[in-house]
Write a protein that binds this ligand. Structure first.
Ligand code: K7E
Ligand code: CUA
Length: 655
C-alpha cells in the first residue's frame, strides 16, 4: 500500500513539474494557444514584418505578397490573370502582356515562384513564376512589384516543373508535365508511346535587365516531368527533374502510370549542353510563341511573336543526360544547400529516397549503367543512393532545408511535416498540418543560404480551421518556428487561390529598393500629358484620343463634348502626383472592361465605346483626398450624324 502511494506521489510530482513547465510557456504542448507563441507572430501596429513571402495564387493565376511572421497579406500582384482591381490586362498598356500564340489569354494556373539568385543566394531582384495551363514563364520586378515580362514556352503542355532558377540566375527552367507530339500534329492518342516528347526548356536571363530568351529545349522521352531543381555548389551546372508516367500511358493514369516500381530523376548537365549550343549545336525548329516585355519608360508592354526555337535531342550531346531510378511516381525534386543530396519525394513510396551527387558522378565515370531508355543511360539505383528515410510518413510531396543540416518534408496523406537529418536520415520531429499539406517554404530554403527561422506549410484542405464561408474555403497556411530542435506551430493564416509553392526572403533584401512612384520626368509614354498645357482631345477618324491628367482632386479636362456614338474613345490618363502611395482611379459608365488604378507618375489608357447618346459621368475610384468625391467629370455623347465640334475644358464652361 505504502509503495503504491509513494509511486503515486512521484507521478503526481512529475505531472506538476510538467505542468509548471507548460506554464512557463516553454513547452510546445500548448501550441498556438500559448501566449508565448502569440508574441512570436505579433507585429505591433506600425511595425514591419521581418520577411516577405511570395505565395503562388494557383488557379488565380497571380502572386500574393505576405508578411512573416504576421501572416498579413499586403498585395496581390497580377501576373497571368486579368485583375480588375487595378486594370491589369484591361488597360491598353498591359493587355499585350497576356498575348500568346493562342491569342489573348486572360487566365492561367501559377505554381512555383522562385527569387533570383547571385552565387546561390537570394538577391531579391526578380521573382519568376510559371503559367501551367498555357505554358508561360513570367518575371516580376521586385522594385515595382509588377509583372515586367512573360515568355511563352512552345512544344510544352502543363508547364509544371517550372520556374526554377540556376544559382546565378543564368537560366529559368521550364519542364513539361504533359508530353505531347512535337511538333504538334493530328495523330491517334493511342500512338503516344515512343512518339510524344517532353520538352525541358532552358530560358536565359539577361544579368542586367532580366530579359528572358529561350536558349534551348531538350526533347526528352514522353514521360511526365513533374518538378525540378537546379544543382548548387558542387552540382551547379546540373538540373534535376522528377518524372512519373515512365510507362507512357495516355489513359487512366492513376492505374497505368503507377505500374513501374521506379520512375526516374532525370539529371541534365546544362553546362555541357550550353557549350554544345554555343558552338552552334542543336536544330532551329519552326515554332510560334509570344514574348511580352514591359518598357519601363513608356509603361507599355509590347508583344512579339517568335518564330523558331533551338531544340536538342538527348543523343546529340553524349554524357549530358542520365536517368536515376527513383521510387515511386516522385513529385518534388529537391536539392539540399550543399548540392550533394537530391531528394526524390516518391508519392507512393514507403521510404524517402535521397540520391548522392558524388555517387552519381562516380557511376557515370565508371560507366556503371543499368540500361538505357531511348538512348539515355540509366544508372543503378544502389550506385546513386545516398540513403533513405525509413517510413517517414505517407505521401511525401516536397522537401526544404534549413541550412543546419536538416530537411523538412511534407506528407500529404498523413498531413504532417517531418524534420529529418541529412546524412543520418533519422527522423527528428514531426508535426501535424491542417490538412493535407502540399508544399512548404523556408525563407531561402531553395538556395545555398537558407534563413532557417520560419517554415510555413501550405495546405490543400481548410475545413474547420476558420469560420465557414460556404462549400469552398480559402486554403490555409501554417507558420512554424523552426529555430529549435522541435518545430512549433505559431499561426494559421488564409491564403488566396491555391498556393502551391512560395518563396520567402528577409525583408531588408528588398524593402530599401522598392519604388515609391514613377518619375514624371522619366515618363516616355507617347500619349502622356505631364501638365495642363499638354491636355487635349484629338480625333483620328472614329478614334478619339483624350490626353488627360489627374491630380488631387480633379481631372483635366473634366468636360468633353463632340464624341459620337460609334466612336472609340481612348482615355490616356497621366497621374501627376509625385508622392508615395497616391494612385487615382478612373472609371466611366458602361465601359466593357475595368477601372484603371494609375500609380503616381504613370500613364494608363482605358478604351470606351459609347453606345448611347447622353451626358455620361466619369470619376476617380480611389478615395484620394478630402475632395475625392468631387473628382469627377462629364463626357457628352451625340448621335453618330451630329456635327457638335470636339471641345474640352477644365474650370470653365464649353461654349
Ligand atoms: Cu501543387 Cu509544386 Cu504544382 Cu506539389 S505542386 S503540392
Ligand atoms: Cu483621385 Cu479619388
Amino acid at each position: 500500500m505504502k509503495k503504491i502511494l509513494t509511486s503515486t506521489i512521484v507521478i503526481v510530482a512529475l505531472l506538476v513539474a510538467f505542468t509548471s513547465c507548460n506554464n512557463s510557456g516553454k513547452s510546445s504542448k500548448n501550441g498556438a494557444l500559448s501566449s508565448n507563441n502569440a508574441e512570436k507572430v505579433y507585429v505591433a501596429p506600425g511595425e514591419h514584418d521581418s520577411h516577405y513571402a511570395f505565395i503562388s495564387g494557383g488557379y488565380s493565376g497571380n502572386l500574393t505578397v505576405y508578411g512573416l511572421p504576421s501572416g498579413r497579406m499586403f498585395k496581390e500582384i497580377p501576373v497571368f490573370s486579368q485583375f480588375p482591381t487595378n486594370g491589369y490586362g484591361y488597360s491598353e498598356e498591359s493587355k499585350p502582356m497576356l498575348e500568346t500564340s493562342y491569342g489573348f489569354i486572360p487566365w492561367d494556373d501559377s505554381h512555383h515562384p522562385d527569387i533570383s539568385q547571385t552565387n546561390g543566394e537570394l538577391d531579391g531582384r526578380w521573382i519568376f513564376i510559371n503559367g501551367n495551363n498555357t505554358p508561360r514563364i513570367a518575371r516580376v520586378g521586385l522594385r515595382s512589384f509588377e509583372t515586367e515580362e512573360i515568355i511563352e514556352v512552345p512544344n510544352s503542355a502543363g508547364n509544371h516543373s517550372s520556374s526554377f532558377i540556376t544559382e546565378n540566375t543564368e537560366y529559368v527552367v521550364a519542364g513539361t508535365r504533359f508530353s505531347v507530339p512535337v511538333p504538334q500534329r493530328d495523330m491517334p492518342i493511342k500512338d503516344y508511346k515512343g512518339n510524344f516528347k517532353g520538352a525541358l526548356t532552358f530560358i536565359s536571363v539577361d544579368p542586367e535587365h532580366g530579359h528572358m530568351d529561350i536558349k534551348f529545349q531538350v526533347l526528352m522521352p514522353g514521360f511526365n516531368y513533374d518538378l525540378s531543381h537546379p544543382g548548387r555548389g558542387k552540382s551547379h551546372g546540373w538540373f534535376f527533374f522528377t518524372t512519373y508516367n515512365t510507362e507512357e500511358a495516355s489513359t487512366l493514369l492513376e492505374v497505368n502510370a503507377s505500374q513501374n516500381d521506379k520512375d526516374f530523376i532525370a539529371a541534365i548537365n546544362w553546362k555541357k549542353i550550353e557549350e554544345y549550343v554555343n558552338n552552334g549545336g542543336g536544330t532551329m525548329m519552326p515554332a510560334n510563341y509570344a514574348h511580352n516585355l514591359l518598357d519601363e519608360a513608356t509603361h507599355t508592354t509590347t508583344s512579339t511573336m517568335k518564330k523558331e526555337v533551338r531544340v536538342i535531342n538527348p543523343s546529340e550531346v553524349p554524357g549530358a543526360i542520365y536517368l536515376l531510378p527513383t521510387p515511386k511516381s516522385p513529385h518534388g525534386c529537391d536539392v539540399d544547400p550543399s548540392g550533394e543530396y537530391i531528394v526524390g519525394n516518391g508519392k507512393l513510396s514507403a521510404n524517402l529516397t535521397v540520391h548522392s551527387f558524388t555517387k552519381m558522378l562516380d557511376a557515370i565515370e565508371n560507366e556503371k549503367f543499368a540500361g538505357e531508355a531511348y538512348g539515355i543511360p540509366i544508372l543503378n539505383f544502389e550506385d546513386v543512393l545516398a540513403g533513405s528515410v525509413e517510413q517517414p510518413g505517407l505521401g511525401p510531396l516536397h522537401t526544404e532545408f534549413d541550412g543546419q543540416g536538416n530537411a523538412y518534408t511534407t506528407f500529404f496523406i498523413s498531413s504532417e511535416v517531418v524534420k529529418w537529418k541529412l546524412g543520418t536520415w533519422e527522423v527528428i520531429d514531426r508535426k501535424p498540418t491542417y490538412y493535407s499539406v502540399g508544399h512548404l517554404t523556408i525563407p531561402g530554403g531553395n538556395s545555398r543560404k537558407p534563413f532557417g527561422k520560419y517554415m510555413f506549410a501550405m495546405n490543400k484542405i481548410t475545413k474547420d480551421r476558420y469560420l465557414p464561408v460556404g462549400p469552398e474555403m480559402e486554403h490555409s497556411a501554417q507558420l512554424y518556428d523552426i529555430s529549435g530542435d522541435k518545430m512549433e506551430l505559431l499561426l494559421d493564416f488564409p491564403t488566396h487561390g491555391e498556393p502551391h509553392y512560395a518563396a520567402a526572403i528577409p525583408a531588408e533584401i528588398i524593402k530599401e529598393n522598392t519604388l515609391k512612384f514613377y518619375k514624371l520626368a522619366d515618363n516616355k509614354h507617347p500619349r502622356k500629358a505631364t501638365n495642363d498645357d499638354e491636355t487635349k482631345v484629338v480625333r483620328e477618324g472614329k478614334n478619339v484620343h483624350v490626353y488627360m491628367t489627374m491630380i488631387r482632386s480633379h481631372f483635366s479636362p473634366d468636360n468633353i463634348e463632340g464624341v459620337k456614338v460609334g466612336d472609340k474613345v481612348f482615355f490616356h490618363i497621366t497621374n501627376l502626383e509625385q508622392d508615395f502611395d497616391v494612385p487615382h482611379g478612373f472609371a466611366v459608365i458602361g465601359a466593357n472592361n475595368a477601372e484603371l488604378l494609375i500609380a503616381p507618375g504613370q500613364t494608363r489608357t482605358l478604351t470606351w465605346e459609347p453606345k448611347q447618346v447622353g451626358v455620361w459621368p466619369f470619376y476617380c475610384t480611389d478615395f484620394c483626398s478630402a475632395l475625392h468625391q468631387e473628382m469627377q467629370g462629364y463626357i457628352r455623347v451625340s448621335p453618330a450624324n451630329s456635327n457638335i465640334p470636339l471641345k474640352w475644358s477644365m474650370g470653365e464652361d464649353i461654349e
